[in-house]
Design a binder for this molecule. Structure first.
Ligand code: 13P
Ligand code: SF4
Length: 310
């Protein structure tokens, strides 16, 4: 299809015509971040989706994020520029297997990381994100056993932070598991004064080198206040675009993946492009849909998360 030469201008016009809001995650391409009305981590984006009065939500992120927006807004049109933008972590938790896993622990409360499908959310008691997982687990009575799914790395981190034992589903994020401890140590030797900041989806061997651990929004805020002039960033490097805007005098060094031929950009997030975002708005598709019974069952634990993390 023929694309307008001024894609950014055309997107702004469509946004007005559709009364649309563009929500984008920090792992999107920088040119997508620059046209977004709101940029955020998964929690910030869910909060925005819960309170928007736009008619159309254009979600520049991955499928589970746009699906969460649809669960919160059944009457709005929710567009995802590329419907194939999935998530390895969400894929690591198939609903039929998770149902059997849950049956083995019938007295356990199920807390699921938002990086999962609507079917998994529908089988959960509370949803959490990397920004509020510790806070949510701390609110659960000590004698209540917990299943935490699907991210074993975030689950282990929450267990360490809260001193709680939890039954973990063994899922993980392909992007955050590409980092290598050996490469990290080499990088620290090259930059002895640099601080290391990391996302809790990383493995334990990586997190033990981190001076600060947090969600993408928390990492971004940390950079603004850190006294350090150089910062090694151990998460998807899309966030560095905002870090450089927020602290232009600092040096941000992306942590390298284990295999130097590999890349630590999220292949799912990066399926979205500015061109696809424009076409989605022009054609009003691809649209997120889901069965009403699943939506209602998935809404309850999301609502609980929003109530518990005000
Ligand atoms: P947050 O948005 O909670 O920082 O999580 C990062 C991520 O991997 C999203 O897919
Ligand atoms: Fe999923 Fe990891 Fe990509 Fe986030 S970075 S969307 S958790 S694969």
């Amino acid at each position: 299809p023929l694309l307008p030469t001024d894609l950014v201008g055309a997107i702004a016009t469509l946004k007005r015509d559709l009364n649309a809001v563009i929500l984008a995650h920090y792992y999107q391409d920088p040119d997508i971040q620059d046209v977004a009305d709101f940029l955020g981590d998964s929690l910030g984006l869910s909060r925005q989706a819960a309170q928007t009065d736009a008619d159309v939500i254009v979600f520049a992120g991955v499928h589970f994020m746009a699906e969460t927006a649809k669960i919160l807004n059944p009457d709005k049109l929710v567009l995802l520029p590329d419907l194939d933008a999935g998530c390895s972590l969400a894929d690591s938790c198939p609903p039929s297997e998770f149902a059997k896993f849950r049956e083995k622990h019938p007295d356990h409360l199920v807390i699921s990381y938002i990086n999962c499908t609507a079917d998994i959310k529908a089988m959960s008691d509370i949803i959490c994100t990397s920004a509020n997982a510790v806070k949510i687990v701390q609110q659960i009575p000590q004698d209540q056993p917990i299943i935490f799914a699907p991210d074993r790395n975030l689950g282990r981190y929450v267990m360490q932070q809260t001193g709680r034992d939890m039954v973990l589903w063994q899922g993980s994020c392909m992007v955050h598991e590409t980092f290598s401890e050996k490469k990290m140590v080499q990088l620290k030797i090259q930059h002895p004064t640099a601080e290391v900041i990391a996302h809790p989806e990383c493995e334990e061997a990586i997190l033990r080198h981190a001076d600060y651990i947090g969600s993408t929004t928390a990492l971004l805020k940390y950079c603004q206040h850190s006294a350090s002039q150089s910062i090694i960033v151990v998460t998807e490097p899309g966030i560095i675009h905002q870090m450089e805007k927020a602290a232009p005098d600092k040096q941000f060094i992306p942590a390298p993946p284990l295999n130097t031929c590999a890349c630590n950009e999220c292949p799912h997030m990066r399926l979205n492009t500015l061109e696809k975002l424009y076409l989605a708005m022009k054609n009003r598709e691809p649209e997120i849909t889901l069965p009403e019974s699943t939506r209602l069952a998935a809404l309850r634990p999301i609502q609980r998360m929003l109530d518990m993390s005000r």
